[in-house]
Each structure stands twice: as structure tokens, then as C-alpha cells.
Design a protein around this ligand. Structure first.
Ligand code: 4NP
Length: 144
């Protein structure tokens, strides 16, 4: 199974989702491939935001080697599921979908809730971590 985590910058939320899902999948012995991407290109080639890296490290997860990249149309072919953080990610990705098969792969990581962007608020990284971890556990339940 191949899963792609998507947010706006690919430096705060989706790197956390990538690292957390990879960690949980490994713990459960699932042979899943996890990646992440962004819809905006400002940080392409950079590592994750330090606040995300630190928060993940506090939970025993190393995301420091991830590299920011843009979402590309071929991701619809590569991945079985594409999880987005908020409604604007959802509409951005859906606007690139070519057909219903593409559209069916895309959904909010938290199902009916959004993961808010913590970029402008240092205090939100830990709550965002918790939300994403809960969402990832729920997804593992659904997909296994
Ligand atoms: P993310 O947060 O979408 O969770 O990675 C953001 C990071 C950077 C920017 C926006 C959102 N930015 O505008 O640079």
C-alpha cells in the first residue's frame, strides 16, 4: 500500500503525518510506503520546519531527512490513497484530478475535520502532532 500525505508547504503538517504513519505502520509490521508532498512550492528542496522536527523527535520519530517536494499529477497513479490536511488542500488536489478514479483516492486525514496550519503559532505543533497521530491510527484501522 502506498500513501501520500499532503499539506500546503510540506514542511509542517504533512512531514509529521509522513513520519507518524511510517512509524505506526512499521510498529505493526505493515509493508506500507509513505511519502509526503505540498501544493505550494516555497520550500521545495528544504527539510521540514524545525518545530515539526523537534516535536516528532520528542515522540521518538526522526523526520529530519525528509525533503520537501511539490505534489505532481503522476502522484495520482503512484499512490493508493492521498490524505490532505485541510479544505484548501482538498480543493487544490481535487482541481488537479483527471477523473473519478483520481478523485476517489483523496480525502481529509481526519475524515470530517481539518488539521489546522501551525506555521504561525509555535504552540500548535504538539496539538497538531496529537491530531495527526489519532487520524493515522484510525486510518490504519480502516485499511487493515
Ligand atoms: P504546512 O504549513 O502546510 O503545514 O507545511 C505551512 C508552511 C509554510 C507555509 C504555509 C504553510 N508558507 O506559506 O511558507
Amino acid at each position: 500500500m502506498k500513501l501520500l500525505m499532503v499539506c500546503l508547504g510540506n514542511i509542517c503538517r504533512s512531514p509529521l503525518a509522513h513520519g507518524i504513519m511510517e512509524h505506526l505502520a512499521n510498529e505493526q509490521g505493515l509493508d506500507w510506503e509513505i511519502e509526503s508532498a505540498g501544493t505550494g512550492d516555497w520550500h521545495v528542496g528544504e527539510g521540514p520546519d524545525r518545530r515539526s522536527t523537534r516535536t516528532a523527535r520528542e515522540h521518538g520519530i526522526d523526520i529530519s531527512k525528509q525533503v520537501c517536494r511539490l505534489f505532481r499529477i503522476s502522484d495520482f497513479d503512484t499512490y493508493d490513497h492521498i490524505f490532505v490536511m485541510d479544505k484548501s488542500n482538498l480543493s487544490d488536489i481535487l482541481s488537479m484530478a483527471r477523473n473519478d478514479e483520481d478523485r476517489k483516492k483523496v480525502r481529509l486525514l481526519l475524515g470530517d475535520k481539518i488539521v489546522p496550519d501551525p506555521y504561525y503559532d509555535d504552540t500548535q505543533f504538539e496539538p497538531v502532532f496529537q491530531m495527526i497521530e489519532k487520524g493515522c491510527k484510525e486510518i490504519i484501522k480502516q485499511l487493515t
